[in-house]
Design a protein around this ligand. Structure first.
Ligand code: SAM
Ligand code: SF4
Length: 319
């Protein structure tokens, strides 16, 4: 379905939970997070019903996110349901990967197409620092498990933070030489709890091209794709640069987001939310279509000081 700016909206991102087994410092406060009560979040049946309505309106790509989507009980059941919907051509997941060694095979068997795994650093001490409690070896084992069962092509997401992981750009780019992965660098967004970072943390993703000058541009990916693509000469993989701050991609935005507690967010950086809970059939489809119609032409300019208008932290929206 097209929105009022003639953008084709075909991509639904579903947050399955606001809970997480890590506590990344740019995403979630260390303490005092008020967890949504189980009764306040959509049941898996409700999510499946909303996804069905979305597919009838032209959604053909679904991504499961969170919080950490693999901590939601029944996620495999949901993937089976979603993959049986006619017209769905891709079900992806954004995960920290920690639970993949246990779950990758059942997820693949259920119909999950591929995974994006968050990996901000290749250094064990830095990994612990940024996730507050995670172990790098667990995330690396998750990546291996995804490769083994064919949840591919794998994309690795690193939030680029000046003074923290920019020194690792060459090593992270180098991962793409021998592996058919996409190493993606994402600009830190001023959303939720990022006040703890100083101005030096907000660096443009073009920094990657300065630190890895061998990278060559590739043609743009699929319509609506947010990453600008590059590759090292002769490499098996590629590098994606995602720049929500330095260049916004509103004009080609093809997505809409469902929060775990049942609200549609027409735009990540707006506080506008449309409740879907309790709606069924025509009313559900009509309200979903209305939310697509509410997508703004663009969001406000973002910078370290001009913060996102999203009224929630990232762990509640899913990125
Ligand atoms: N737990 C899963 C994970 O970490 O992949 C999925 C949810 S997480 C909120 C989704 C993505 O949002 C992750 O890649 C994370 O790095 C990114 N993210 C969270 N806060 C961010 C911020 N302030 N700026 C940029 N990206 C952010
Ligand atoms: Fe959890 Fe993902 Fe947020 Fe990290 S980025 S705290 S893994 S939801």
């Amino acid at each position: 379905m097209q929105d009022q700016y003639r953008r084709e909206i075909n991509y639904l991102r579903i947050s399955l939970t606001d809970r997480c087994n890590l506590r990344c410092i740019y995403c979630m406060p260390a303490e005092g997070v008020e967890k949504q009560h189980h009764r306040d979040i959509l049941s898996l049946e409700e999510i499946a019903e909303i996804a069905e309505a979305a597919v009838e309106l032209g959604i053909n790509k679904i991504r499961l996110t969170g919080g950490e989507p693999l901590t939601r009980l029944g996620v495999t059941w949901l993937i089976k349901r979603l993959s049986a919907l006619p017209g769905v051509r891709e079900i992806g997941m954004t995960t920290n990967g920690i639970l993949l060694p246990k779950m990758a095979q059942e997820l693949k068997d259920a119909g999950l197409t591929r995974v994006n795994i968050s990996l901000d650093t290749l250094d064990a001490a830095r990994y612990r620092q940024i996730t507050r409690c995670g172990t790098l070896a667990d995330a690396l084992a998750g990546i291996e498990a995804a490769e083994r069962v064919g949840l591919t092509p794998i994309k690795l997401n690193a939030v680029l933070i000046g003074g923290f992981n920019d020194c690792e750009i060459p090593a992270m780019v180098e991962l793409t030489r021998e592996k058919p992965i996409e190493m993606r660098f994402i600009e830190l967004m001023p959303i939720g709890d990022t006040d703890i970072f100083g101005p030096e943390a907000y660096i443009p993703v073009d920094t990657v091209l300065e630190r890895a000058p061998e990278l060559q541009p590739l043609p743009d990916g699929a319509p609506g794709a947010v990453a600008k693509l590059f590759a090292l000469p002769g490499a098996k993989g590629r590098v994606g640069l995602i720049s929500p701050i330095s260049h916004s991609f509103c004009s080609s935005c093809n997505r809409i987001r469902l929060t775990a507690d049942g609200f549609l967010k027409p735009c990540l950086h707006s506080s506008r939310e449309i409740p879907l809970r309790g709606l069924h059939g025509d009313e559900l489809r009509r309200t979903f279509a209305y939310a697509i119609g509410q997508k703004p032409e663009e969001h406000n300019v973002l910078s370290r000081t001009e913060r996102s208008d999203a009224a929630r932290n990232m762990h509640e929206i899913g990125g």
